[in-house]
Write a protein of this length. Structure first.
Length: 216
């Protein structure tokens, strides 16, 4: 029985791709680079803002300034909710799951930005303060398993009783490292680059948030 559902944020709970891509392209343009396609930026998301910034500058073929990360975060802070929306059916799904298990969020995005997004898309009511962990806290970022195991400990759930719901290879690796189950959201932009050869048959796969209600 699943006692804890842990959700990734970008590409799983919310579609934030346009705001991430627009922020990256605004920074690239300010540094003399050409904008990247939105889908190309989507394939770079998942391992935190620092990695995303490094990847977009490499893809644009221009030098990354020393303050690139700080500039990206400042730009993105003004765009967090321009286009970002919860995936269709997400609120309904979370309400159904909350009736039978605990819910949490584990993201590599900074915590304050994550909280603002959850508030803005009206999902924060499903997650109490201690159940949302960002990538800028004291615990190592995904795919390190420490934060996921910490979320299990907070609700007294064994790792075998937890399911990580995510859309990327980083999420898959995190669940494997922690010993939890994994559910991959094929609707998320992180799944576009998932290496299919890594699938071992033990994963749950969903094509919409509502699939979770019948899958588990």
């Amino acid at each position: 029985m699943i006692r804890l559902f842990v959700f990734d944020l970008d590409g799983t709970l919310v579609d934030s791709l346009r705001d991430l891509a627009d922020s990256a392209n605004e920074l690239l343009s300010a540094c003399g680079g050409a904008p990247l396609k939105m889908d190309d930026v989507g394939r770079m998301v998942g391992e935190g803002a620092a990695t995303l910034v490094t990847r977009v500058f490499a893809a644009a073929g221009i030098p990354k300034p020393a303050d690139a990360l700080e500039r990206f975060l400042a730009i993105y802070d003004t765009r967090l909710l321009n286009c970002t929306r919860a995936y269709e059916g997400m609120a309904e799904t979370l309400a159904g799951l909350a009736a039978r298990a605990s819910l949490a969020v584990l993201t590599n995005k900074p915590l304050i930005a994550s909280r603002r997004i959850l508030d803005g898309v009206h999902l924060s009511r499903f997650f109490d303060t201690g159940s949302v962990l960002g990538g800028d806290g004291p615990l190592a970022r995904k795919p390190d398993p420490t934060a996921l195991r910490t979320l299990c400990d907070r609700v007294n759930a064994e790792v075998a009783e937890a399911l990580l719901v995510g859309d990327s290879l980083v999420d898959w690796e995190t669940a494997r490292n922690a010993g939890t189950g994994i559910c991959l959201a094929r609707y998320g932009f992180g799944f576009w680059q998932f290496p299919q050869e890594n699938l071992n048959g033990r994963e749950r796969l969903i094509d919409s948030p509502r699939d979770l209600l019948t899958l588990v």
